[in-house]
Design a protein around this ligand. Sequence first.
Ligand SMILES: *[C@@H]1O[C@H](CO)[C@@H](O)[C@H](O)[C@H]1NC(C)=O
Length: 384
Amino acid sequence: MANLRLSLIFCAIVFAAGVDAGHIKRHRFSTHRGPCLHHTASTRHVTTSVAVTTTHTSSTHTSSTHTSSTHTSSTHTSSTHTSSTHAPTTTASIINIVVPSATKLTTQAAKPLITSLVPNNIKAGIAGGDAFPYLKDHIGWWYDWSPNPSKPGKPIPVPMLWGNGTVDNQDAQRLKAFENLATVPAYVLGYEEPDCPSGEGSAGMSVEDGVAKWESLIAPLRSKGTKLGSPSMCKQIDETWLAEFQDRISTPWDFTAIHINKNSLDGVKEDIDHYLKYGKPIWVTEFACVDGRWPVLQVNFDGAILTRSISSYLKDFEKFVPCTNQQTINNFINEIVPYLEEHPNVYAYAYSNGLGLGDVWPLMNGNSLSESGQTYLAAISKYH
Ligand SMILES: *[C@@H]1O[C@H](CO)[C@@H](O)[C@H](O)[C@H]1NC(C)=O
C-alpha cells in the first residue's frame, strides 16, 4: 500500500511538471510561425526498434531483394536498420505494409517496388517553395501547404487541404481553391496538424470536422486515382487524433503523412515507429532539426529500494527549440537523409522550410542556398 501511495505521489509530480511545461510550447509559437507553417516538437533518446519490423507480409515484396539491398549498404545507419529487418517479430505493432525494395546499390537507396507512391521515383522533396530553383533537379516532389503549388519543372507539386476553412482568411481561400481543383492530382495531403489548436501554424480541427471534409472533398479523389495522404499530426508520438480519425473515415488514406521535429536519429526512429502502427507507407512531409522533449525524473519506490531514473519525457509538443548550431544541423541532415532513403517504409520525405525554425535551419539565406541548404542538396544528390 505504501508503495502504491508513494508512486502515485511521484506520478503526480511528474504529471505536474509536464502540465507546466505546456506553456513553453504556447510561448514559442507566438512570433514567427506563419499560418502556413506548423508545429511543435521534441526529441527523445531511447533505443528504438527501428522500422517496427514490418513483417514483410506484402505480396509484391520479395524479401530477398529487400534484405540484400539493405544489407549491401555499408555505411551509415545500416547497422540499426539492418538488424531491424532481421528481427521479424520484435515489436508489438506489426503491420502489413507494402515494403519497397531497393535498387541502385551504388547509392544504397531503398527504392520502392511500387513506384507509384514515390513521387517521380525520388523520395526527397521540400516543404516550402523558396529553395525550389536550387533543388529542383534532385527532388521528386514539393508542396507549399496550399491546394495549388505551382512551379515550372519536373518535381511533382502536391496539393494540400490545409484546414477546415474556418481558421482565417488564408485557410478559407485554400478551402475554396481545393473545392475548385480543376485537375486530378497524383497525390494530395490531408490537413496541417489538426491535432494542435489553430492560430499557431496548425489547423486545429476536431476529428468530426476532419472526417466531414475528408469524406466530401478528399476521399472522392481516390476513386479517380489520386493517392491520399493522411492529415499530419503536430504532437508526433503523443498524438491520438489520427487513430480516432482512422476509425471514423470510410475511405482510408494511402500513405501516412508525418512531421518530425527532432534533433537526433533516435528521435526520428521513434516517430517513424509510432506512425507505422497505422499500417501504411510513410511520407515525412516535414522534418526539421528541433530540440524537443525534456526528460522527466521518475522515482520509483520498490519495497525498500528507491530508484530514480529518467523514464519519461515531456510530451512531444511541449517544447520547441530549433537547432542553431550549424554542425549539429549538418550532422542531423547527413544522418537523417540516408536513414530515410534506406528506410523500407518511407516513400517520401521533405525538408521543412517553414517559418519558426530559427536562422540556421532554413534552406535559404537571402537569395542563395544557406549552408544548411547546401548540406541538404549534397545529401540528397548522392541518391538522385
Ligand atoms: C468546419 O466547417 C464546417 C463547414 O464546412 C462548419 O460547419 C464547422 O462549424 C466548421 N468547424 C469549426 C470548428 O469552425
